[in-house]
Design a protein around this ligand. Structure first.
Ligand code: GLP
Length: 241
């Protein structure tokens, strides 16, 4: 893993955007794996700026998102469909048909998983953006998820629902299930870019870097991937030497 330590969140976002701008410049029809959460918002803002400055276009770009809450429609303000539209897609020239996000409604969860997994089989993701949960989750692959899992329905860990309740009016409204790319799908991306910001992520980053590869800490699987870049701000890096 290549580790970059930025001074602050702005620099982290800027460095991440430069990697993606570089990729799109080289390959205008690149396939991007995208993530939600608060961490990549700064990156998406930078990409919107670059689009406005005409440095890049999303016209030929295809995207695949990691996950979606089960039971939330694309119009629900806490759905990841909605998040992606507001944070990125509404502001750039991506074609609606090039956007792929697991559906959270419309069929039984197993059917939705199978449908998304089929799409991923031919996706050929060039670069997957990841955040990290405090418990080491990537996408919604919670501790204990087998590394060979493909898209599946996950029961969210209590700590994940707790961490994400800030976006909902109460904990009871936080969905109990989500549909997520599995670790196997994530590992198929050619390159991975993991971002972590803030002191609350410092213990997870310490464990990622110094801990063993174990299904108990899902992000540790990334040590088996040949091309991973981790960008941290100083706070997230505060427990590593
Ligand atoms: C969510 C998402 C993850 C994200 C993580 C961290 O549960 N499913 O993809 O990486 O939480 O979120 P944040 O960036 O807000 O800390």
């Amino acid at each position: 893993m290549r580790i970059i330590i930025a001074q602050d969140y702005q620099e982290l976002s800027d460095r991440a955007s430069r990697i993606i701008v570089g990729l799109i410049t080289e390959k205008p029809d690149a396939v991007l794996g995208l993530a939600t959460g608060s961490t990549p918002i700064g990156l998406y803002q930078k990409l919107i700026e670059k689009y406005r400055e005409k440095v890049l276009s999303f016209e030929k770009i295809k995207t695949f998102n990691l996950d979606e809450y089960y039971g939330l429609s694309p119009e629900h303000p806490q759905s990841y469909h909605y998040f992606m539209r507001k944070q990125l897609f509404d502001h750039v020239d991506i074609k609606p048909e090039s956007i792929n996000i697991p559906r959270g409604v419309g069929a039984e969860p197993e059917v939705l998983c199978q449908e998304y997994n089929e799409k991923l089989k031919t996706a050929n993701i060039d670069l997957q953006v990841l955040g990290i949960g405090n418990n080491g989750h990537i996408g919604f692959n919670e501790p204990g998820t087998p590394f060979d899992r493909e898209t599946f329905v996950v029961e969210l860990a209590a700590e994940t629902r707790e961490a994400n309740k800030r976006f909902f009016s109460s904990i009871d409204e936080v969905p109990r299930h989500a549909i997520t790319m599995g670790i196997k799908n994530i590992m198929e991306a050619k390159k991975i870019l993991l971002l972590a910001s803030g002191v609350s992520k410092a213990p997870a980053i310490k464990r990622l870097i110094y801990g063993p590869i174990s299904e108990e800490f899902p992000a540790s699987v990334l040590k088996n991937h040949p091309d991973v870049t981790v960008i941290l701000d100083r706070e997230a890096a505060s427990m590593i030497k």
